[in-house]
Write a protein of this length. Structure first.
Length: 143
């Protein structure tokens, strides 16, 4: 495997420890998960050959053995699912990991921004109710 200076990866098998509560993935495994999710959004089939072609721009030397080992790890850790036609797709756990990773990168790149995920759409009365609840809680605090 060769060095990839564009993304600061020393070696494709280097563990990505940036997400402490998530499974430790090698850089190649992480990139395979990302490539699979990207290919799934297109008309391109997520076969080993297409995944290899996608990754060749980042990894100058990548073998089928490396790909199969990494794909095996991703399927056994329930991040990818292999279909009966030998196509790969992210599982719910894989998609959740990618969302967590994306949020982690956004926090690094934009530390002064806060992202809120709402359980439901905001209605016109929500802001007023929240303001009233906040005022009530502030008045209950002893001075």
């Amino acid at each position: 495997m060769s060095e990839n200076n564009l993304r600061g990866l020393e070696f494709p098998a280097r563990t990505d420890e940036s997400l402490t509560n998530q499974p430790a993935l090698s850089a190649l495994e992480r990139d395979l998960l990302i490539a699979t999710a990207n290919l799934e959004q297109t008309d391109t089939l997520t076969t080993v050959q297409h995944l290899k072609q996608t990754l060749e721009s980042s990894y100058t030397e990548i073998t089928h053995a490396d790909l199969h080992n990494s794909l095996g790890t991703l399927t056994t850790t329930n991040l990818l699912e292999e279909t009966s036609t030998h196509h790969y797709q992210p599982t719910t756990n894989g998609t959740d990991l990618l969302e967590t990773y994306t949020n982690h990168l956004q926090q690094i790149l934009q530390p002064n921004h806060i992202t809120l995920t709402l359980e439901r759409p905001i209605t016109p009365g929500d802001a007023e109710r929240a303001y009233c609840e906040l005022l009530t809680k502030c008045q209950e605090v002893p001075q």
